[in-house]
Design a protein around this ligand. Structure first.
Ligand code: AMP
Length: 215
């Protein structure tokens, strides 16, 4: 990813809406990182995506910015779900969404993870959120309780898929993949591509754009 085209592209060139460009200027990002330059156009076009990239490359923005660009704020139902391996990452990714959405009025993102009490999350889900960022086990708990409705989901992101595999969450991830609408867009990010992750990608991604960014 060292071509001069990706070196000179700007966020405005990527067709992100004005409120997002304003937020990127607030957070001081000058131009897209290589993974952002590669992933944002693919995800905006509705394509599935298989990304091999590590933390520190800007991969959160690579999926969060196109998701935000496509959110219909007036529909207060989960339109995107991001599955992550840890509570820390759930909080961090939800905070990234919040900062990139600083100029999108009435946008709501909710992190859900094990060890939290259910009460506040249940009332937030009842009031309505646009994006959920969660660990697989807790997402399944909410699906089983009927408190999380994924029937309007447009985008599912598996972030750090190899970590979710390593931590034993892959059955939960597959169950969620089976329960979300077939029409959704799916993006899978993983630092490494062990056979189990390749199999998930082959089974659940449709003709994905493939992006690899060196650490
Ligand atoms: P990530 O790989 O998503 O965890 O991002 C790593 C760090 O890079 C975070 O602190 C981001 O805020 C920052 N970052 C992401 N994209 C950009 C960008 N285009 N320009 C400058 N910093 C960025």
């Amino acid at each position: 990813m060292t071509s001069s085209a990706t070196d000179t592209v700007s966020f405005a060139d990527l067709n992100l809406p004005a409120p997002i460009l304003a937020a990127l200027s607030d957070v001081g990002y000058e131009s897209p990182s290589p993974i952002q330059a590669a992933c944002i156009p693919a995800l905006l076009s509705g394509s599935d995506l298989l990304g091999q990239a590590q933390t520190g490359t800007g991969k959160t923005g690579a999926f969060a910015l196109p998701i935000l660009a496509r959110i219909e704020v007036e529909r207060r139902v989960p339109q995107a779900l991001v599955l992550v391996p840890t509570r820390e990452l759930a909080i961090q990714v939800a905070e990234a969404f919040q900062s990139y959405a600083a100029h999108i009025p009435n946008f709501h993102v909710l992190p859900i993870y094990g060890g939290q009490s259910y009460g506040p999350k249940l009332s937030a889900l009842r009031r309505g959120v646009h994006v959920v960022v969660g660990t697989p086990g807790r997402v399944i708990d909410h699906l089983d309780k009927g408190s999380l409705d994924l029937s309007a989901l447009k985008t599912l992101v598996l972030d750090e898929a190899d970590e979710m595999l390593r931590m034993g969450f892959i059955d939960d991830v597959e169950r969620i993949l089976e329960e979300v609408p077939e029409s959704r867009q799916t993006a899978l990010f993983s630092a490494t591509m062990p056979p189990a992750i390749k199999r998930i990608a082959k089974t659940y991604l449709r003709d994905p754009a493939e992006v690899t960014v060196a650490a």
